[in-house]
Ligand binder design. Sequence first.
Ligand code: NAP
Length: 557
Amino acid sequence: MDSQDVQGVGGQGRGEQDAAPGPTPREPVDVLVVGAGFAGLYALHRLRGSGLTVRVLDAPESPGGTWAANRYPGARCDVQSFDYSFSFDEALQQEWSWSERYAAQGEILDYLRHVVDRFDLARDIESSTRVLSAVFDQATDEWELTTDRGETHRSRFVVMATGCLSVPRPPDIPGLGRFRGRWVHTADWPREGLDLTGLRVGLIGTGSSGVQFATAAAGVAGELLVFQRSPNYVLPAQNRPMDPEFERELKARYAEHRALAKQTTRGYPVPAYAGQKAALTTPAEERQEIFEAIWEHGGPVFTSVFTDLTVDEAANETAAEFVRQKIRQIVTDPVTAELLCPYDHPLGTRRPVLDTGYYPIFNRDDVTLVDVRTAPITEITPAGVRTTEAEYELDVIVFATGYDAMTGALLAMDIRGLDGVSLREEWADGPAAYLGVAMAGFPNLFTVTGPGSPSVLTNMVASIEQHVEWISDLVEHAHATGTRRIEAEPADQNRWVQHVLDRAEATLLPKANSWWTGANVPGKPRVFMPYVGGYAPYGQVLAEVSRDGYTGFSLTR
Ligand code: NAP
């Protein structure tokens, strides 16, 4: 999406205008997979390996999911590269080399292209194909998917690998259409690039995307204005080039490292001293030393360095104040420093933002922080951005305004289960899914890292592998036993949904306005969507369910 394609945001496909009347049916397959990011690619490989026929339908013009879309300057993963990668194939992880501790977008996309080639995936992926609807046919126990190419696809099973952060939130600020300059959303950066050299650039949004963009754009743009509504706690990634000695040593024990990761709550190991003590019972001096150590270590593990940070507000405040002190030390102008300090939510109750030099950019003469909490943005004018206090002239506006997360991509499609019931209606008060993987009333349809699973609170690639393997095993089991219909039981689903809510309520996490709770999208039901139980404990639940003959599912032959 850019200023030439305002309609593009929010999942509207071109084909709604183009679709020919009377869709053309395609050859049925065993499994249809929607999406070709990490999840869809692995689902294709894994299911195809079981002898099933699989077709992947993917809206973008080429595979890669979020890593193909987020081409904005500075885009980088906030999980270490050697963890944020597939573990299912030893040869793959041995042959691939990451150049940095945290991989940049381009390198992750190269990796995924390599995966596509290595496992010969492209022949079963149909790009530039947006699924508009998915309808369950009760007579045949099959799904029929209609695409914006004017075709229908049928299969017994459907795997929705549509991503948790794949539907960008369009800027909801009046006047955008009148802006004379160029505007872009970080999640839909122009493929041909956008040269910001010497331009006056305004950035709206200071979450992970905005912070990364600002850090990269400072010094390139002639002037950068950062419009901040809510400050976030920005933690250092401590990114660095991959040390060849470390890489050799890691690869010598990669399988062991992955096995260890599988026993963690995050889907990757944390330093040994993390999570051993409670902040409130640790003497202040020692607590400070531990905060300093984890700050130097870098990464999102900061929020689990003490056991009580996410459950006790007083404990959390010790960490929050540590970060505020760092901000005050780094940013020389005390007014700007104070504006950058978050006070409105406990640390870690919104997704922690990782940086590689964000706070220092505010010491530059060509970077200005504009506080749009006290003086909100009222409109986009032909010249730039107007707040209640001033108008700011701009050549380019960059929106890093986030996503309709976790449910957005699923609800962008018209999904209809038993008796034509629509998922949009079923989820009108918030998402409900059994184990975050299947929905009662929508047989044979599975979601990878769906709401109610640990997903975005963990290393996504690890959670994707966990889900894809479990779903594939279930589909293989159904295929082998002649099972036509797999359906989550409503009572078991209700129990799981309550468990997910109870676990979240026992923490501070639902307290903030975040995309985890849907609070960032006006009108979206406020429900804490991911499961806080952790990657490994959740994996045990999945394992028990399958070992006991898929408890909570009815399997009909
Ligand atoms: P986000 O965290 O939802 O941030 C959106 C930002 O836009 C917030 O600062 C929000 O302010 C602001 N905003 C929205 N509408 C606004 C308006 N009308 N006026 C002023 N400000 C407005 O979105 P994101 O940064 O794209 O990140 C989403 C998630 O994607 C991350 O949490 C992370 O999980 C993932 N991600 C990861 C990486 C990485 O791996 N490093 C990079 C990018 C994204 P308020 O807070 O006041 O609403």
